[in-house]
Design a protein around this ligand. Structure first.
Ligand code: NAP
Ligand code: GDD
Length: 344
């Protein structure tokens, strides 16, 4: 039975990846941080109650704590490690740059160093959750594996360190270590401070009369939004090939935050029109002129990433991976789930 360690298992991707690997017959060790709440809604079904899976082993650890990470890796000697743990919110990284660096950069170092110092170079394969945020102020459109990076946040700068460290441990010590450069991917399990989840949650609450307005930041920024369950599958594929290589994973489509809001409202029967500009722009219900969307400068970032769109043809050619779910379908999935939750 293959053994995998997932850091960040309680996050959006970690929870889907755990389910995916369990279905493939893996023994999965999910690294959880100790927190004041025992409730971990995304993975509770894997280790509690009737639906629990005996092949899922929750285990306490923190990637910033080299001792705990080394103790986990030396004991389990896994076939695969998926490093998904991160302070993953770009806006928050401007408020918590030091913590973000400790987790996203030094956390990666702690894992790679533990693989090396335990002599697991030839037996443990390593996946690093790299990101399209590395492209930041983009140098070409679309972005591929050869596009130069230009990070625009403490988050992206920390991830840049982890990206190069992964390549360095591959070249210096022969570790099968790879970067998945994933573009934004979303799902009903997305944290509700990220834009897609924030928008669909607010839209459904507004429709139900439980919320007045949606307050939003930059309406014009554009992202390449994919569906998280399809993106975790390719993390696994990257570790099953003969040679370690880095891959861009994306849908190849880009849409603005404005379109995201319009499509989401349309799916609940509200047509949004816009008036004003900049900080004074508002979105209103065409039927009754009621203002439903307001710009709030709190949500702007000191430096923004205006446009991300990926070219994942290398993943298509080598891994045989292509996304099935694109923007419209993704928003439909998320709205439908939100409506169900609200009807409970
Ligand atoms: P997420 O939902 O924020 O999950 C991140 C997880 O990391 C959380 O469960 C968090 O635990 C855990 N974590 C944070 N600090 C930790 C620490 N010091 N030690 C151990 N665990 C820690 O993020 P996601 O969307 O699933 O993304 C997964 C990874 O892919 C992240 O590294 C992210 O940066 C990267 N990524 C994401 C996307 C995307 O669009 N989703 C795109 C590219 C790359 P708590 O629950 O205890 O806070
Ligand atoms: N979160 C948020 N909240 N974003 C807003 C808002 C708002 O109210 N209003 C506008 N935006 C804009 C942001 O400025 C950004 O340009 C875009 O919406 C997407 O923001 P997020 O959903 O927070 O995601 P992100 O692109 O910054 O980062 C996510 O994707 C990266 C991959 O490109 C995260 O998952 C990162 O961890 C990941 O690396």
């Amino acid at each position: 039975m293959k053994k995998a360690i997932i850091t960040g298992v309680a996050g959006q991707d970690g929870s889907y990846l755990a389910e995916f690997l369990l279905n493939k017959g893996y023994l999965v060790f999910g690294v959880l941080r100790r927190s004041s709440l025992e409730f971990k809604s995304r993975i509770d079904h894997l280790y509690k109650g009737e639906s629990k899976n005996v092949n899922f082993k929750p285990i306490y650890g923190d990637v910033t704590d080299a001792l705990s990470i080394n103790s986990i890796i030396s004991k389990i000697k896994p076939d695969e490690i998926y490093n998904l743990a991160a302070q993953s919110h770009v806006r928050v990284s401007f408020d918590l740059p030091g913590y973000t660096a400790q987790t996203d950069a030094i956390g990666t170092l702690n894992i790679l160093e533990s693989i090396k110092s335990n002599g697991l170079n030839k037996t443990t394969r390593f996946y690093q959750a790299s990101t399209s945020e590395l492209y930041g102020k983009v140098q070409e459109i679309p972005q591929n594996e050869n596009t130069p990076f230009y990070p625009r946040s403490p988050y992206a700068a920390a991830k840049l360190y982890a990206y190069w460290l992964t390549i360095n441990y591959r070249e210096a010590y022969g570790i099968f270590a790879v970067n998945g450069i994933l573009f934004n991917h979303e799902s009903p399990r997305r944290g509700n401070s990220f834009i897609t989840k924030k928008v669909v949650e607010s839209v459904v609450r507004i429709k139900k009369g439980k919320q007045d307005k949606l307050k939003i930041g930059n309406l014009d920024s554009r992202r390449d939004w994919g569906y998280a369950p399809e993106f975790v599958e390719v993390m696994w594929k990257m570790l099953q090939v003969d040679y370690p290589e880095d891959f861009v994973i994306a849908t190849g489509e880009h849409h603005s935050v404005r379109e995201l809001i319009q499509v989401s409202f349309r799916l609940v029967g509200i047509e949004i029109h816009w008036k004003g500009s900049g900080i004074n722009e508002v979105g209103f219900d065409k039927k009754n002129d009621r203002i439903l969307v307001e710009v709030d400068k709190y949500y702007f970032r000191p430096t923004e990433v205006d446009l991300l769109v990926g070219d994942s043809s290398k993943a298509k050619n080598i891994l045989g991976w292509e996304p099935n779910t694109k923007f419209q379908n993704l928003i439909e999935i998320m709205i439908e789930d939100e409506i169900k939750k609200n009807n409970k």
